[in-house]
Ligand binder design. Structure first.
Ligand code: SF4
Length: 198
């Protein structure tokens, strides 16, 4: 399935400026996605990433996210919602999947955890749409992420994506350089850190 094409079709038919709760994993990934979607949506970035280890890394990525939103000028001002660092939820969600490779079943549960919480907040706060920046990464399975997003029952509509397309990933690197954003060298959880211990 071509999720970029699906997103294009939705964007062509957008009326007005609907609200979008955008789950973001980090500032670099959000940079391109915000620059792309701000023309169409009133965006609120939702930072829910209890997978990130250790806590200092989580805080560092969050601060970069806030700084980017502050410094990046957009058509519609971007808002930010912080969430709690409930890492025990992450460890419970991936229990038994610790040795799975990246892109495996642990990652699917990690996506589900973060998207489910995003959908819950989107419904509670009456957002029109919810989405995630996660598909900008060439290391992540966009099909798996979109399948997970579509499967979550929510009054807000799920916005499918494959943000790495149309040079999205390349653009996120360029924007990261321009804004001097911190770019981590591992995905986030303790298991991905062990596999990339630099
Ligand atoms: S590798 Fe990344 S996506 Fe997979 S479980 Fe760890 S933090 Fe989540």
């Amino acid at each position: 399935m071509n999720f970029q094409k699906e997103l294009d079709t939705i964007l062509q038919n957008i009326e007005g400026v609907p609200s979008l709760l955008l789950h973001s994993c980090c500032a670099p990934c959000s940079s391109y996605v915000i620059s792309y979607l701000t023309k169409y949506f009133d965006i609120t970035v939702f930072y829910y990433n209890p997978n990130i280890f250790p806590r200092e890394e989580y805080e560092k990525r969050k601060e970069e996210q806030i700084r980017f939103i502050r410094e990046f000028k957009t058509k519609h001002p971007v808002k930010f919602i912080d969430c709690e660092y409930d890492s025990e939820h992450f460890f419970r969600a991936v229990n038994g999947l610790e040795y799975e490779p990246e892109r495996g079943r642990r990652c699917t549960e990690c996506f589900r955890l973060r998207l489910t919480r995003t959908a819950y907040e989107a419904e509670k706060r009456n957002f029109d749409w919810f989405a995630t920046t996660l598909t900008v990464s060439p290391h992540k399975n966009a099909e798996e992420i979109n399948k997970t997003g579509f499967a979550i029952p929510c009054t807000a509509k799920y916005l499918p994506s494959d943000f790495k397309k149309k040079d999205g990933y390349k653009r996120s690197i360029e924007l990261s350089e321009k804004y001097g954003l911190y770019r981590q060298n591992y995905c986030g959880c303790i298991y991905s850190k062990k596999n990339n211990p630099k």
